[in-house]
Write a protein that binds this ligand. Structure first.
Ligand code: ASP
Ligand code: MG
Length: 401
């Protein structure tokens, strides 16, 4: 098989770790696979380089930052190839540019435009392991660019798509995706398979495992991802296309987001344009509004509530406080959280949401806001019930079974 391996910062965090990655790659070779290996910088390295730059300038040029940051991945790629060669496994290290990754010119947050796979394929044909420095490419003028933090996952998925790999195995220090955060519910189970859509909705559960942008790209290119640990031999979680047998599972996972705050507006004039005015002002300040609810009006007045990330509440508050017409009362609450149940089975089954509402009601947890999508139901509740709500929902959908 043709496989892409990707090793994150902790997996290549020391020389010993790089050696054990080399052992793993050598084993996959012996098993008869062709391999492209994408690596991150050693853990902490990218942050260290950013600090180095800050020593000289609070606002360093982005082009130079890309020169600097790309070096972290070059170190691990070269060292891994050297280690492999020493073990008798023929390997060649490449920068992103040498591997044919062409990006736009947005330094430090570039997007991959295309991949010219000529060099990778040539080296694979020579039976070599191709080790590619992740997180980087070159623009059309040959300038080095980087892809944004966590971007090595994106390099790996993009390469897997371009060469038509059978799988893209992404190694970190976590052995897969769990039905919920095991720190909140120790009975959380590792999933063996999850669809791209579910993974995107459960982003918080995979935050330490996969960069979300790379899941979006995998979905687009139909690249099968396997999230695995480089510290164990455990099976990992496959992230792939929705399968028919998945519909039997109503809920696949429970996500918790404590970083949410709510804005409640009372006695808002019920006339065309008012919501547009409020949300345009918020959008102009790049505030990410998530859930929005508006009540049916009475006497020409209505209630409007919405959530924003907690870190953006001060900015939202300032905008709303300065809004001097058409709003009667304003209140702000950061002691809330959002609990979401996610599953593709919801598309074809009714009553999934009702089960969640009843389970929370039995625990006397009040649901303050609700929003739904095809495969997700999100509920805003008092933050002090966050863990209880997660455990309650986890058990009512039998995710611990
Ligand atoms: N080294 C880069 C970062 O820390 C890219 C990566 O590890 O994926 O963001
Ligand atoms: Mg990472």
């Amino acid at each position: 098989m043709l496989i892409v391996h990707k090793y994150g910062g902790t997996s290549v965090g020391s020389l010993e770790r790089i050696k054990s990655v080399a052992d793993r790659v050598a084993k996959a070779r012996r098993d008869g696979n062709s391999l492209v290996v994408v690596v991150s910088a050693m853990s902490g390295e990218t942050n260290k380089l950013i600090d180095f730059a800050k020593y000289f300038s609070p606002n360093p040029s982005k082009r130079e930052m890309d020169m600097l940051l790309s070096s972290g991945e070059m170190v691990t790629a070269s060292l891994l190839a050297i280690a492999l060669n020493e073990m008798g496994v023929d390997a060649v290290a490449m920068s992103g540019g040498q591997a044919g990754i062409v990006t736009d010119s947005f330094h430090t947050y570039a997007r991959i435009k295309s991949i010219d796979t000529t060099s990778i394929k040539r080296e694979l044909d020579r039976d070599r392991v191709v080790v590619v420095a992740g997180f980087q490419g070159i623009n059309r003028s040959g300038e080095i660019t980087t892809l944004g933090r966590g971007g090595s996952d994106l390099s790996a998925v993009a390469i897997a798509g371009a060469i038509g790999a059978d799988a893209c195995e992404i190694y970190s220090d976590v052995d897969g995706i769990y039905t919920t955060d095991p720190r909140v519910e120790p009975k959380a189970k590792k999933m063996s398979y999850i669809s791209y859509e579910e993974m995107l909705e459960l982003a918080s559960l995979g935050a330490k495992v996969l960069q979300n942008r790379s899941v979006e790209l995998a979905k687009k290119l139909n690249v099968k991802i396997v999230a695995k640990s480089s510290f164990s031999e455990s099976e990992g979680t496959i992230i792939g296309e929705e399968r028919e047998d998945m519909e039997a599972v109503l809920v696949s996972g429970i996500a918790l987001d404590k970083n949410q705050a709510r804005v409640s507006l009372k006695d808002v004039s019920d006339r065309p344009g008012i919501a547009a005015e409020i949300f345009t002002k918020l959008a102009e300040e790049n505030i990410n509004v998530d859930m929005i609810i508006q009540n049916a009006s009475s006497n020409g007045l209505t209630m409007l509530g919405f959530t924003v990330p907690e870190s953006e509440l001060p900015k939202a508050k300032e905008i709303i406080e300065n809004f001097d017409h058409d709003i009667g009362g304003k209140s702000f609450d950061s002691n809330i959280c959002k609990v979401s149940i996610v599953g593709v089975g919801m598309k074809s089954h009714s009553g999934v949401a009702a089960t969640a509402f009843s389970a929370l009601a039995r625990e006397n947890i009040n649901i303050e806001m609700i929003s739904t999508s095809e495969i997700k139901v999100s509920m805003v509740i008092d933050q002090k019930y966050a863990e209880l709500a997660v455990r309650t929902l986890h058990s009512v959908y039998e995710l611990d079974k």
